[in-house]
Design a protein around this ligand. Structure first.
Ligand code: PMP
Length: 407
């Protein structure tokens, strides 16, 4: 039994009181985005209602208040990832933005024709396409770590791929489609042995797993706020200070400069060198409240409770005839992807929605993974700390209804 008071936690998330098609909402699409607690909603309203101002440039009261709230969020993210220096935290628009930043700056400057970049079969499109674009431009070679039928990476194959040609490894920490937790510490160690740099896509890991970029020795780590109970369109890139300093800027504009003349521009210090233009200040401010919320519950407590949900759901869903769980990795977070014999995932999603149950169906932005598994897509239920065993029972009843209606 969890030490968390789940009923009390549910009261922190007003959206959970919504009725969908006349039914109480059962929100099992947390891997796509999590819901937001009141503290985050209040932080957004409070910023706009009481201290909306542009940051860093103003000397008036509101500008200073907004700037310090903005920078407090950077510190909160630094602690959340256990980064050594505050300036190693670059505020971005999300995971996709962070990966593109690294590919377009580090990649363009330091990678050249014939260099190899390794990703894995489990990657989200956002950790495939930016590298393909770079390969197209620079003539680098993209290599892909295979998986076994359970959805675990085949590490021996990864080790065989590594050579002095390997210059970059970019791998997902936790698969959004299958829930697989990758052994990223080993992956990073092995890459470093051949001198390659490593980026970890932490989009799905950040709300479930305690992250320590120093212990991991990650060169880059990216995540999105909207998957950790924070706002959309905001995220962070951690990068080792020396690497970030050596990288050229990403977007040009205000804030990222030291001095501009028509002849020459010099660039700002870290982290501002990578933060051109007015950012989404309110969302950055609010992310600190999301992190505080997680810390208040305790990540280990959240993970333990989500694990209870995962074990129960796996057990219950396995008993449904004709249902196959896709992805049975050794270590998983609370994501269950499944297929039903003779029923298209789209139909599963539509009929569950009629019962107020929100799941995701399709390829989950992992088309190459679906091809490897020889399926067009799955239905995916992903759990967060505010979900309950009763809701999983509703999902099971819902799936029986799908079968009755379609078969
Ligand atoms: N990587 C993974 C593993 C994800 O789950 C997602 C979001 N589904 C992303 C990257 C992209 O995140 P965002 O859309 O917030 O940039």
């Amino acid at each position: 039994m969890s030490i968390l008071d789940i009923n009390k936690i549910r009261q922190d998330f007003p959206i959970l009181d919504e009725k969908i098609n006349g039914k109480n909402l059962v929100y099992f699409d947390n891997a796509a985005t999590t819901q937001k607690p009141l503290v985050v909603l209040d932080a957004l309203a409070n910023y706009y209602g009481h201290y909306n101002a542009n940051i860093h440039r103003g000397i008036h009261f509101l500008a200073e208040k907004a700037t310090s709230a903005f920078e407090e969020s950077r510190t909160a993210i630094q602690q959340f990832l256990n980064a050594k220096y505050k300036e190693e935290i670059i505020l971005t628009y999300g995971t996709t933005d962070g990966i593109n930043l690294v590919a377009q700056t580090y990649g363009r400057k330091f990678l050249k024709e014939g260099d190899e970049i390794i990703i894995s079969t489990l990657e989200h499109h956002s950790n495939i396409v930016p590298w393909q674009m770079l390969c197209e431009e620079k003539g680098c070679i993209l290599r892909v770590i295979p998986i076994d039928d359970n959805g675990d990476l085949i590490l021996e194959e990864y080790e065989k791929m590594l050579s002095e040609k390997t210059k970059f490894v970019s791998v997902v920490h936790v698969s959004n489609a299958l829930g697989t937790i990758n052994p990223i510490k080993i992956i990073i160690e092995k890459a470093h042995e051949v001198g390659a740099k490593v980026l970890i896509d932490g989009a799905q890991a950040a709300s479930h797993i305690t992250i320590d970029v120093q212990t991991l020795d990650a060169d880059f780590y990216v995540f999105s706020a909207h998957k950790i109970f924070g706002p959309t369109g905001m995220g962070a890139l951690y990068g080792k200070k020396d690497l970030l300093n050596a990288m050229p800027p990403y977007r040009g504009g205000g804030e990222m400069i030291k001095e501009v003349t028509f002849e020459k521009t010099t660039y700002n210090e870290l982290p501002y060198k990578f933060e051109a233009g007015t950012p989404n200040i309110a969302d950055v401010v609010a992310v600190k409240f999301a992190i505080d919320y997680i810390n208040g519950l305790g990540k280990a407590n959240i993970a333990a409770y989500e694990d209870e949900l995962l074990v129960y759901a796996t057990q219950q869903l396995s008993e449904i005839e004709g249902l196959r769980i896709v992805g049975q990795a050794k270590e998983k977070v609370s994501v269950i992807s499944f297929v039903l014999d003779g029923i298209h995932p789209q139909d599963v999603g539509v009929i569950l929605d009629q019962q107020g149950i929100a799941v995701r169906t399709g390829h989950h932005c992992t088309q190459p993974l679906m091809s490897r598994l020889k399926i067009p897509g799955t239905s995916r239920a992903s759990f967060a700390v505010y979900n309950t065993i009763e809701e999983i029972d509703k999902l099971v009843a819902g799936i029986h209804k799908v079968k009755k209606m379609v078969l």
